[in-house]
Design a protein around this ligand. Structure first.
Ligand code: F0G
Length: 466
C-alpha cells in the first residue's frame, strides 16, 4: 500500500535523535514505565498524542507575528470568534486555554449534584469534570464500540435505547445534557453518523435534554461521513462540519487537535444566558473573556489553523488516510488493533497482543513501555490505567478496551517514519513474551495515567523488559 502524497512541502526541519536500546531501558525505568514521564528528547518518533503537536503552516507562523497582545479586546480575539462562528456555526464563543478548561466551565454551569450525564463513551478529563461537578457519567455508546473487531462504520454512535433506559430510570430532569463526541477518542477515533445525530436530536427534543458536542475531532469525523454515509459523498468537509454542529446546542473544544493549534480551546453555544454565565466563569479561571488563557498570537495562529482544517478537502483526506496507512501496515502483518481505523490514531489491542498479562497487571501500559524500549517510538496506554477508579467504590474500573494508542501528529511525520514505527511493533508482536506485567509504585488520585509510576511485577519481568 502507498500513502497519499502530502498536500504540502517541508520548509523547516527539526532534528530528532535515535538512541540505543540500553539507553532507552534506563530512561523507561527512570520514568516509572510511564511514557508520559519520558523526556521528549529521549523519544525518536513521538506518537504519544495528536494534541498540540501539529506542525503549523507558513500562514500560521506568519499570523503569530500579527499578535495583538492587548489585555482586553485583542483583534485576534475577534478574528478567532468570527472564524469559530463561520466554521462551526454557533452564535456565541468563549475562549479557554485548552479543552479541559472549557469542560470545567460547562460542567460547573450545567450539572447539579445528583445529575446524570450520558456520553458516547467517556473521555478522561470530560468525565472527571462531570464527577467534580457532582454528576455521574453514563455510557450510552453502541455495544459495537467496545468490540475492537466489530467493523461497524460508525462505532461512535449513541444507542438511543440506552438513552431511553436512562431517562426511564432517573427522569429527564436529572439529565442536563448528553456529551456527544465526534470521532470518539477512547473507542479508537470512531466516528458518529449524521443519521444517529438526527435521531438523537429528536429524542432529546422530546425530553428537553441538551446535546453538547465534544467538538475536538469533528473535521476528522466529517471525512468519515463523506466517505461512508449515504448522501454525503458530494458535500464538502466544511459543509458537513457545519451540519454536525447544527444539530447540537453548543460545544466544548480542544483546538489542539483538528484546529491545528499548539494550544487553545473554547466553548461555543447558541443560548445567550449560558454564554453570559460562561463569560463570567472564564474571568475567574482563565483570564478575560477576550483571551481566555491564550496570548494574542496563539489566537491568531489558531484562527488560521481552524480555517485551514476545512479550507480544502485535501488536507483532511491526507490526514485520515495517513492514519489508515499505518493501520494497514499492521493489518498486513496480523497485529491485532481496533478496526475500522480511526481518524487520529491506531489503537493496538493489548488483550490480544499480550494475552499472558492479566488486566490488573496493566497489559497496555506494559506494551507501551516495551514499544519504547524496542523502537524509541512513544505511544500511550488507553485501558485500565486511563480508566481509573470508580469514585463511589474506589475499585479499579475494568474497561473492555485495553489499548495502546499510536497517535499521529498532524503534518509532522512522513511515510518512512510510520513504516519504521510499524516495523518495530510488528517485531515485538512476534515475541510477546518479552513484555511482562506491571504494578503501581505511585498512583495519583485523579487522571492517574499522566503521572503514575510502575515497576515490573516479578523478577523475571525485569529481565523480560530488559
Ligand atoms: N476531549 C477529547 C475528545 C480529547 O481528546 C481531549 C484531549 C480533551 C477533550 C481535553 O482537551 O487536552 O485540550 O484539555 N485529548 C488529548 C489526547 C489529551 O491525548 O487524547 P485538552
Amino acid at each position: 500500500m502507498k500513502q497519499l502524497p502530502e498536500p504540502f512541502r517541508i520548509k523547516t526541519v527539526e532534528p530528532i535523535r535515535m538512541t540505543t536500546r540500553e539507553y532507552r531501558l534506563r530512561k523507561i525505568k527512570e520514568a516509572g514505565y510511564n511514557t508520559f514521564l519520558l523526556r521528549s528528547e529521549d523519544v525518536y518518533i513521538d506518537l504519544l498524542t495528536d494534541s498540540g503537536t501539529s506542525a503549523m503552516s507558513d500562514a500560521q507562523w506568519a499570523a503569530l507575528q500579527m499578535g495583538d497582545e492587548a489585555y482586553a479586546g485583542s483583534r485576534n480575539f475577534y478574528d478567532l470568534e468570527a472564524t469559530v462562528q463561520n466554521v462551526y456555526g454557533y452564535r456565541y464563543f468563549v475562549p479557554t486555554h485548552q479543552g479541559r478548561a472549557a469542560e470545567h466551565i460547562m460542567s460547573k454551569l450545567l450539572i447539579k449534584p445528583g445529575d446524570y450525564v450520558p456520553g458516547n463513551m467517556y473521555f478522561t478529563t470530560t468525565r472527571l469534570h462531570q464527577e467534580l461537578a457532582g454528576g455521574t457519567f453514563v455510557d450510552v455508546i453502541i455495544d459495537e464500540a467496545h468490540d475492537p473487531t466489530s467493523t461497524h462504520p460508525f462505532k461512535g454512535n449513541v444507542d438511543i435505547a440506552k438513552m431511553q433506559k436512562l431517562v426511564d430510570q432517573v427522569g429527564a430532569e436529572k439529565i442536563p445534557y448528553i456529551s456527544y463526541e465526534t470521532c470518539v477518542n477512547m473507542a479508537g477515533g470512531q466516528p458518529i453518523s449524521i443519521a444517529n445525530l438526527k435521531e438523537l436530536r429528536a429524542f432529546c427534543d422530546r425530553y428537553g435534554i441538551k446535546i453538547m458536542l465534544d467538538n475536538t475531532r469533528t473535521v476528522e469525523n466529517a471525512y468519515f461521513i463523506q466517505q461512508r454515509e449515504p448522501g454525503y459523498a458530494h458535500k464538502s468537509i466544511k459543509e458537513i462540519v457545519k451540519e454536525i454542529c447544527s444539530y447540537t446546542d453548543g460545544c466544548t473544544c480542544s483546538a489542539k487537535k483538528d484546529g491545528l493549534g499548539n494550544i487553545g480551546g473554547f466553548l461555543a453555544m447558541n443560548d445567550e444566558d449560558f454564554y453570559i454565565a460562561a463569560q463570567a466563569e472564564v474571568v475567574v479561571y482563565e483570564g478575560l473573556h477576550t483571551y481566555g488563557g491564550m496570548s494574542g498570537r496563539d489566537m491568531a495562529a489558531l484562527a488560521q489553523g481552524i480555517r485551514e482544517s476545512v479550507e480544502t478537502d485535501d488536507y483532511i483526506r491526507y490526514r485520515v488516510e495517513q492514519v489508515n496507512y499505518l493501520g494497514t501496515l499492521l493489518s498486513e502483518a496480523g497485529v491485532p488493533h481496533v478496526v475500522p481505523h480511526g481518524g487520529h490514531a491506531i489503537f493496538l489491542d493489548a488483550r490480544r497482543i499480550v494475552p499472558h498479562i492479566e488486566q490488573d497487571e496493566f497489559p497496555a501500559q506494559a506494551l507501551a513501555a516495551a514499544i519504547y524500549v524496542e523502537t524509541g517510538v512513544r505511544t500511550m496506554e488507553r485501558g485500565i490505567v486511563s480508566s481509573g477508579r470508580d469514585p463511589k467504590t474506589g475499585q479499579n474500573r475494568h474497561p473492555k478496551l485495553e489499548l495502546v494508542r499510536m497517535t499521529i501528529p498532524r503534518r509532522v511525520y512522513t511515510e518512512s517514519h510510520l513504516r519504521f514505527a510499524a516495523e518495530g511493533v510488528i517485531e515485538l508482536f512476534q515475541q510477546p513474551q518479552r513484555v511482562a506485567g506491571l504494578k503501581f509504585v505511585y498512583e495519583p488520585k485523579q487522571l492517574r495515567f499522566f503521572q503514575a509510576r510502575f515497576e515490573p511485577v516479578t523478577a523475571v519481568a525485569e529481565t523480560v523488559l530488559k
